[in-house]
Ligand binder design. Structure first.
Ligand code: AMP
Ligand code: ZN
Ligand code: ZN
Length: 421
């Protein structure tokens, strides 16, 4: 019998055995702020063993290396300008509203791309999410059938236990795509720095829980599960002498325009996004703003760079004509940070910088399961390519409207019967 006929036969047999085209279950886990170099520095036993049973690779964050833009790129397969969440905090001049972490649950306009759980649900695959940035977003995209609203009190163990409970539901009720998010490593990284004992302990704790989860899976779950373990970015120790007080970035005139909202500033530790109000500022005034920012920059030892809209570095993927894209981005050079004397947040470390030439910001990608080729080597790749992998593992059609490419992770999938999934 020809190879084609064998494949066809297997396909018919599997599709009659299950009512939906699910080959296996996919679990996507994200450990916020888990740098790739933690794998060698802290040697987390269970995570490393998991990698050895499948694939381990360097994962590159999209710009900026903050939590929300990156988790949304992981789950939508598109760059931030396309999914709409271009930073943890930014502004929409049309809405006259500032976005901040999770605001999509109140306004359907923020999130402009389809999360993978919605895509799975549309294709009759039940999904479950135990925390993920924007999992509660409202709008035309369907939420996961099982969706636990973000809170800071549920323990990390409770999340792993709940995933096991979901998997144990009768097949017709069980989710076949599950996503969950863990933030303790990021929190300890910020507070105590990437070389601290506190961070080392946080990595050991999540590793132990992950080991517990894998052993429960092996003992209690009899069907095939493919697991993808990722992070969104790494972490960099802040250099105190490279910090810049916000007050020193803006001269008197600019401070005045900020206070009357002619200029809106969305600020974070690593970027200042500036939005200039056309109705209040003339073209000449807008040019003078840019010039005075450059002048101030020189007075601040050029610890940061100033960029104008449509002239952003290409790989930021921000040269789009969208209202949410700022008119000016002020980008701190690693390992500095923008210090706001009003809020005076004290962090030992941060992330958000451009990842180019910054290995400490590299994130992790590990995958293992019945459909993953053990030991396949992969070059570092951007996180937008995870969606096509998950589509293929679940037997879903490949989406043409995303930036992620199926070819990037295709090499890690077992191809004993390649179909046109
Ligand atoms: P950063 O690591 O600086 O980018 O900030 C991430 C922040 O996002 C952390 O304080 C998390 O607690 C918070 N966070 C993570 N997931 C969610 C969520 N689903 N809703 C609201 N906040 C979240
Ligand atoms: Zn993060
Ligand atoms: Zn963080």
């Amino acid at each position: 019998m020809s190879r084609f006929l064998v494949c066809l036969l297997i396909l018919i047999m599997t599709s009659t055995a299950h009512s939906k085209p699910v080959k296996s279950t996919v679990i996507l886990l994200s450990i916020d702020g888990f740098a790739y170099d933690y794998l060698t520095k802290f040697k987390p036993k269970h995570i490393l063993n998991f990698g050895k049973s499948g694939v381990k690779a360097k994962l590159l964050s999209v710009y900026p290396s903050k939590t929300f833009p990156n988790h949304l790129s992981i789950i939508t397969g598109v760059y931030p300008a396309k999914h709409g969440i271009i930073h943890n905090r930014f502004y929409h001049p049309g809405l006259k509203e500032k976005y901040s972490l999770g605001a999509g649950k109140n306004n359907s306009l923020w999130l402009t791309a389809k999360p993978f759980w919605s895509f799975a649900e549309e294709n009759n695959i039940l999904s479950a999410v135990y925390f993920w940035p924007e999992s509660e977003a409202i709008g035309k995209n369907k939420q996961a059938s099982f969706n636990i609203a973000y809170n800071r009190t549920d323990s990390e163990k409770a999340r792993f236990d709940q995933i096991i409970n979901w998997l144990k539901l009768p097949t017709s009720q069980a989710p076949h795509f599950i996503a969950s998010y863990f933030s303790s490593v990021d929190a300890m990284g910020h507070k105590f720095g990437p070389n601290s004992v506190e961070l080392k302990n946080a990595v050991a704790d999540i590793d132990k829980l992950f080991g517990y989860f894998i052993s429960r899976l092996k003992k209690e779950i009899t069907f095939d599960v493919n697991i993808i373990l990722v992070s969104d970015h790494g972490m960099m120790q802040i250099n105190e002498s490279s910090k810049v007080d916000l007050a020193k970035v803006f001269n008197e005139q600019l401070t005045q325009w900020i206070s009357d909202n002619s200029i809106v500033v969305a600020q974070s530790s690593t970027q200042l996004f500036l939005y200039l109000d056309d109705s209040k500022l003339s073209k000449d005034q807008k040019n003078s703003i840019f010039k005075s920012l450059i002048k101030q920059k020189k007075e601040n030892q050029s610890l940061y760079s100033v960029y104008r809209k449509n002239q952003y570095p290409e790989h930021w993927q921000l040269n789009k004509d969208l209202a949410i894209i700022p008119d000016i981005i002020i980008e701190i050079a690693p390992n500095g940070y923008f210090n706001n004397t009003k809020t005076s947040i004290t962090s030992a470390a941060t992330h958000g910088y451009d990842v180019i030439n910054q290995p400490a910001l590299t994130a992790i990608f590990l995958a293992s399961g019945p459909d993953i080729i053990k030991g396949r080597k992969l070059n570092a790749f951007e996180n937008i390519h995870i969606v096509p992998l998950m589509s293929q593992l679940l037997g879903l059609p490949q989406r043409q409207d995303i930036d992620g490419k199926r070819s990037v992770l295709q090499p890690i999938i077992k191809t004993n019967c390649i179909t046109s999934k």
